[in-house]
Design a protein around this ligand. Sequence first.
Ligand code: PXL
Length: 241
Amino acid sequence: MKPPRVLVIAGSDSSAGAGIQADIKTAQAFGCYAQTAVTAITAQDTRRVRVIHFIPVDIVVAQIQMCLDDIGADAIKIGMLGSAALIDAVARVLPKRIPIVLDPVVASTSGKRFLGKQAIDALKKHLVPRAAVVTPNLPEARILGDLGAAQAVLVKGGHATKATVDDVLTWKGGIETYAFPRIRTRHTHGTGCTLSTAIACGLAKGDSLPLAVGRAREYVQNALETAPGLGKGHGPLGHAV
Ligand code: PXL
């Protein structure tokens, strides 16, 4: 049987804990085939992002076209984007019928800011209304503010401090809370990338959104529990679970 296909539009993380490296490992664990359109190359370790090199817009668009024209996709995950120009171009080339999981990557776990105000405005105007679900963490939800144009929003509770991490999914006419025991660990690098790609894998398989989120959340919990403990900062997850 052919595997469900996921297209990932995101940045590269040299430490391989987040970004497309995390996305590919996640898709593999879900039995999905991941293609990638790389938007940026970051030089980073588990402590900090040292430099970001953004890929020219036409090359990002060409990657997306090549992925869609041949192998195709059953779901699309969008992570790091960078500029308003890139956001506009990606929105224009995205097909209408494929479900999109939009991880509004505004900053890294280590605190590096990725999106300026213009880019945030473009994201809200051109991509948020297209997404099957938008997955902000608490700081991102505060920066983005009103996400009323979204079909569904998953606000992630990892940045809160209570004993459970409560992720809340809302959509037109529905709400679901996913509560998991908080794992006290510094090895949280790439949790957002991993969760959003795991949701895209569920949607690619044909799961409903609430089911896809539940399975994805369970995967992230297991990945946190099996983190290999690498690096001196926020280390990677254990993706092979
Ligand atoms: O977790 C956000 C994120 C997304 N994409 C890339 C990253 C990071 C955080 O470091 O490096 C490429």
